[in-house]
Design a protein around this ligand. Structure first.
Ligand SMILES: Cc1cc2nc3c(=O)[nH]c(=O)nc-3n(C[C@H](O)[C@H](O)[C@H](O)COP(=O)(O)OP(=O)(O)OC[C@H]3O[C@@H](n4cnc5c(N)ncnc54)[C@H](O)[C@@H]3O)c2cc1C
Length: 369
């Protein structure tokens, strides 16, 4: 059986696997971009060596990402918790200076005896859900200034396939058949700054896309013998100055991505059973917290990271009001599916309530010996 690799870069102009130094450089820059690190920001250059040094490799959830959500849901229910979906919060209730619950858009009040934790973005949490009189001016100003990541928005092309993509380059490099991630269209180190320029201008750059065919590794995600595959591309949220332009452009751009895919994997053309595309605007429509299509819910930039995420004074998971806490991507260490913001926020809530968190590992001092 062929080897499995973390990733393989396919040159857009060639049908061969190319590993020249300049392409590796292009790959490293691009990887930082797809991890939403904006290398224009002063003090973020260390992310390139950090990326190389990281022992953490890409992982997938057996059964698809929804399986992870279902597992978490079961854990909550088994612990006696309740999850309500299709509910829109309209207001966080503040009584006696403390966050006491929420009111939904349907007017239902849900009380919180001890705490309210918000994973929604600072605009939603501090400006939309709290009445002005409960938010000091400096907190309102900081929430209003919270910035979203210019290069975060994603366009996705999703396929149902009769067979997995077979890349032409695999004839020479059979390991490509088992590549977890494939990048297409990346030829040159100059492309990354060019992609950023296009994001600033709201235009579509020559396509560089990356993605996977999850069913090669987990056949349970499709009917027997069939496959699912997707490609993502970093594209600007405000297309030609207005995100609504995506509705007219979406299908056309999805087809352009499909053409590039077919160029490298010609069997894809006849293998497609069904397809759909999602623009950065669709991401925001589905997840209003991902404002401007920012799937990490807030730029990783100075003043919004670490102890200062989402903004100075609201780091460490506590908002300005007793009983109100923050978690999710707007908190340290930020977006992606890590579970860490919630894990940390839960510890802060437990500490404030004087509860012992039995699930915590022993303090590092006790483990050193
Ligand atoms: C296309 C795409 C691909 C991604 N791929 C990866 C990946 O491969 N690996 C990875 O680690 N991360 C990936 N991410 C990023 C990851 O999904 C997010 O960073 C992460 O889910 C953010 O977690 P969160 O808890 O902060 O917010 P969310 O997971 O978005 O949870 C917030 C929830 O609140 C709901 N909500 C928001 N506003 C309202 C409202 N007003 N009323 C009611 N409900 C509301 C949202 O619908 C959502 O269900 C991807 C994201 C996208 C969009």
């Amino acid at each position: 059986m062929a080897d499995t690799h973390d990733g393989i870069i396919l040159g857009g102009g060639h049908n061969a696997l190319v590993l020249q130094a300049y392409l590796c450089k292009a790959g490293l820059l691009f990887f930082n971009g797809l991890r939403e690190i904006d290398l224009r920001v002063r003090g973020f250059g260390h992310h390139i060596p950090a990326l190389l040094a990281s022992p953490v490799k890409a992982q997938m959830s057996r059964g698809g990402t929804a399986a992870l959500a279902r597992a978490l849901e079961s854990a909550v229910r088994e612990a006696g918790g309740k999850i309500r979906t299709m509910v829109t919060p309209a207001r966080i209730v503040v009584e006696g200076g403390k966050a006491n619950g929420i009111v939904t858009s349907e007017g239902e009040r849900i009380n919180a005896r001890r705490f309210v934790v918000s994973a929604l973005n600072p605009h939603q949490t501090f400006l939309d859900l709290l009445e002005d009189r409960h938010v000091p001016t400096d907190v309102r100003d900081k929430a209003a200034s919270f910035r979203y990541n210019l290069i975060a928005p994603l366009f996705s092309l999703n396929l149902n396939l009769r067979e997995a993509p077979r890349y032409q380059a695999a004839a020479q490099y059979p390991e490509l058949e088992r590549a977890f991630m494939v990048i297409m269209g990346l030829d040159d180190v100059a492309q990354y700054p060019e992609i950023i320029r296009h994001h600033e201008q709201g235009t579509i750059p020559p396509t560089v896309m990356w993605g996977a065919c999850p069913t090669v590794f987990d056949p349970t995600q499709a009917p027997a013998g069939c496959h699912t595959a997707f490609m993502w591309e970093k594209l600007p949220y405000r297309l030609h100055g207005d995100a609504r332009n995506w509705d007219a452009e979406r299908e056309k751009h999805g087809l352009a991505m499909l053409e590039l895919w077919q160029k490298h994997a010609p069997n894809v053309e006849a293998a497609v059973i069904a397809s759909f595309s999602r623009s950065p605007l669709d991401v925001e429509r589905c997840f209003p917290n991902m404002r401007e299509g920012d799937l990490l819910v807030g730029a990783f930039t100075n003043g919004q990271i670490g102890f200062h995420r989402p903004f100075p004074g609201a780091g460490h998971y506590r908002a300005h009001l007793p009983g109100l806490y923050l978690c999710g991507s707007i908190s340290h260490p930020g977006g992606n599916i890590t579970g860490l913001p919630g894990y940390n926020a839960a510890q802060v809530v437990f500490a404030d309530l004087g509860l012992k968190a039995a699930w915590l590992p022993k303090p590092i001092q006790e483990r050193w010996p």
